[in-house]
Write a protein that binds this ligand. Sequence first.
Ligand code: KG4
Ligand code: ZN
Length: 347
Amino acid sequence: MSDPLILGIESSCDETAVGIVRGLTLLSNEVASSVDEHARYGGVVPEIASRAHLEAMWPTLTRAVDKAGIDLSEVDAIAVTAGPGLMGALVVGLSAAKALAYVLNKPLYGVNHLIGHVGVDVLEHGPLPKPSMALLVSGGHTSILRVDDIATDVTEIGSTIDDAAGEAYDKVARLLGLGYPGGPLIDRMAAEGDPQAIAFPRGLSTRRDLIRHRFDFSFSGAKTAVARWVELCRRDGKEVPVADVAASFQEAVADVLTAKAVDACQTHEIDTILLGGGVAANSRLRSLLAERCEQAGIAVRQPRPGLCTDNGAMIAAVGAHLVAAGVSPSSLDISADSSLPVSRVSV
Ligand code: KG4
Ligand code: ZN
């Protein structure tokens, strides 16, 4: 029997996305983004996102089915993001998925968006060793996860106590007048700057912090330090060295993320780390993690940047794991959960 054909729908933020996989093989991955509509507001406007999802859902679904070269009736299961995310945005994807599951008479799996970011790498690099560690860095979340089984057993061992990494990138980009979303813009600007120019703080990294917050993160200190630095420059009538600030901020974030991720692997005696979430596209984070893990004898798995940001294939990939593990499908009356905890893989 061939591997099951899974269709995944994602609509938790500003991307309407549909991906189709057969087992762990990616067949299609279509994304329609409303990011340009939010840019002039400096962040995602929930009402605009919901309306854009409504408009984009059917065309995106049709494109994904066409590109996969399948007929909808062949799909074995529908996976959909059930949370966390923006309520009005989640509801659009969930309604579409329920309608498809009902009409096609196929099982529905409500999936955790964050586990999608962790699960997507299997489409590129094959099955994940058990156990693995995951460094999850997105716009809304930053965590270190112990992944014993991606379908059933994920434990959060540390998380941010204030801003998420992506949120800090977006806020710093705004301070520097770079635009939205800030992560890719800072990444690009940092390439022109000196990462050692300014020593921005590494949150929760003192010996005392490590007792209570060994695997936790804090990015608000670095963000505030950038704000103060920029303000002092302007007050003194100096031009802000934007590239140096971007490179130094990026270095501070990558330094602390990678140091804690390596420490978590060593403490838990786990020799594989997986990078996931939108910030996993960051060039410095990728190179520093690879460098430090090589020194420590830890294998690194990082999906290509195009699979790091929100997409439907990552939800389909988790669906494939749920089906393979024999997890019961979700009820057709599940609700969206805007604050679904990361340890709940499916609902
Ligand atoms: O995972 P994601 O696509 O959406 C959420 O689930 O939140 O992550 C979006 C975040 C944004 O904050 C964006 O600025 C950041 O990922 N991001 C990056 C890069 N590309 C996207 N941050 C740093 N460097 C990048 N290259
Ligand atoms: Zn995401």
